[in-house]
Design a protein around this ligand. Structure first.
Ligand code: BG6
Length: 519
């Protein structure tokens, strides 16, 4: 960034890679005033995700009441009390409500101050800066103690102007030292051209080290487990390649439509909303080579490499769908060509993966809600047990709901007869880690930002390659050249998608279903 910026990233107290011996985080906690600014404070994302995540961090002692102050900023003219009332009901799930928590909620809400102002004019941002400064002075700020985190929970159209305002009005405290970091939410552009334009613009205002492009899938427990699983277990090392794996599916399904978000969704569609970011990030972690170390840059280098090895998508290996009734939403255009479902087969041109299809599938208004990775192995050579009749070995990582990993395998059917059945080795988190609360993705990622750890955030070059992969297809959809096939809400999506799956080599097991264990 420009030399006059307030970034002093060299002073970070993040000491090493994210894992030390025993896989615990190794950070020297920073002290001093921390200001967290939620821009778009009265919007849905802030209410449902950002503030609850901040509350959970506060409740667990990661945000110290004597150091942190939270600012909400938005256009709506409301008082501090009104903002607090809007947020209150979202902080604690009903079933968890207790008197201890209600005290914590009140204390947390007291630390929130609201500033209303426009996104385009300097007045509001100057006022915001003044409020932050007052807070910093009241906390008796010292050299190195002004830490400012800006969370953009905003429509992407205002990112450029808001970032400019932050840069010009809220980053002049270099005399106090510390840092400024900015969290931006997808969508980062609509295609390669617009994403690059946005990146260039942000790049003029901030250093890459100050920008945290959030993809909340990277904050999910089982996504964070992928590298450990792959590189800390001898089991997987020799098997994780084209010699043993037949195909890999990364699947996202939701059993509800785009209600309430039709306007946004219709402009973006399922590929930009889910596949180009969330599922592609998961693909990177499944397919990348072992990083040199756990340093964020080493991990992100490997992610970029694997993305660079993805071949252009063949339209014969894509099925698009749109659920019936989607266009009845008044915020959706009557002749919308936007897909609410897509399956696309990606091929990675490298030594490890040549010939293994990666099937990315995402859909809204389907028959179930889940996200999972399915690694399907090849059949056993010289199959004396006729295993083929039962289906293949499959390793499934269930990201949500009911986090689990299970391995479908063939075993002898218990009893006198020598016959075989399919069963599973099952690591279900609810059962294995009873009493452990799995943190929300946003909670983790905000904490990473405060700690200055960019490992789970998308780097500019990663974003560019991700757009390169999908832009040609997206343009053809936008031009109406590729049309989505209608499907019934509550179904599996278009039948053509299952046919494509079978063509790619996926063998569905019939008569076997994994049921998450009940406690
Ligand atoms: C968001 C998408 O990024 O992820 C939504 O914009 C989607 O359309 C959501 O519903 C899914 O997130 P999760 O964590 O519920 O799987």
């Amino acid at each position: 960034m420009g030399s006059s910026g307030a970034s002093t990233e060299g002073r970070l107290s993040f000491r090493s890679g994210s894992f030390s011996d025993g896989a615990a985080l190794d950070f020297v906690p920073e002290t001093g005033c921390l200001s967290i600014v939620v821009l778009g404070a009265s919007g849905d994302l802030a209410k449902k995700k950002t503030f609850p995540a901040l509350f959970n961090l506060y409740r667990q002692g990661f945000l110290q009441p004597n150091e942190v102050h939270i600012f909400g900023y938005a256009r709506t003219k409301i008082s501090d009390a009104e903002l607090r009332d809007r947020i209150r009901g979202h902080l604690v799930p009903e079933k968890a409500a207790s008197s201890d928590l209600s005290e914590a909620v009140s204390n947390f809400l007291q630390s929130i101050k609201y500033v209303s102002g426009s996104y385009e004019s300097e007045d509001g941002f100057r006022q915001l800066d003044k409020e932050i400064c007052e807070h910093e002075i009241s906390k008796n700020s010292q050299e190195g103690s002004s830490r400012r985190l800006f969370y953009l929970a905003l429509p992407p159209s205002v990112y450029p102007i808001v970032c400019k305002m932050i840069r010009h009005c809220c980053m002049n405290k270099s005399d106090l030292g510390g840092w400024t970091r900015v969290i931006v939410e997808k969508p980062f552009g609509k295609d390669l051209g617009s994403a690059e334009e946005l990146s260039a613009h942000l790049g003029e205002l901030f250093d890459e080290q100050q920008l945290y492009r959030i993809d909340h899938y990277l904050g999910k427990e089982l996504v964070q487990n992928l590298l450990v699983l792959r590189f800390a277990n001898r089991f997987f090392l020799p098997l994780w390649n084209r010699d043993n794996i037949d195909n890999i599916q990364i699947v996202f399904r939701e059993d509800f439509g785009t209600e309430g978000r039709g306007g946004y969704f219709d402009e973006y569609g399922i590929i930009r909303d889910i596949i180009q970011n969330h599922l592609l990030q998961v693909l990177c972690l499944v397919a990348m080579e072992k990083p040199v170390s756990l340093k964020p840059e080493h991990i992100r280098d490997e992610k970029v490499k694997v993305l660079q090895s993805v071949l252009p998508i063949n339209m014969e290996e894509v099925v698009l769908g749109q659920y019936e009734g989607y266009k009845a939403d008044p915020t959706v255009s009557d002749n919308s060509n936007t897909p609410t479902f897509a399956t696309a087969v990606l091929h990675i041109h490298n030594e490890r993966w040549e010939g293994v299809p990666f099937i990315l599938k995402a859909g809204k208004a389907l028959n179930s809600r889940k996200a999972e990775i399915r690694v399907q192995f090849k059949g056993v050579p010289g199959d004396i047990f006729k295993c083929k009749n039962h289906g293949r070995n499959e390793f499934v990582i269930r990201l949500q709901p009911s986090e689990a990993m299970y391995m479908k395998l063939i075993v002898k059917k218990p009893g006198l007869q020598m016959s075989t059945i399919q069963s599973e080795l099952d690591l279900s988190y609810g059962q294995r880690y009873q009493g452990v609360t799995i943190p929300e993705a946003y909670e983790r990622l905000i904490l990473d930002t405060i700690r200055g750890d960019q490992q789970h955030f998308v780097r500019r070059d990663e974003l560019k390659v991700a757009w390169e992969i999908f832009t040609p297809m997206l343009h053809r959809i936008d031009d109406g050249e590729l049309k989505p096939i209608p499907y019934k809400p509550g179904s599996r999506g278009p039948e053509e998608a299952d046919e494509l799956l079978a063509k790619a080599g996926y063998v569905q097991t019939h008569g076997y279903i994994w049921i998450p264990p009940t406690l």
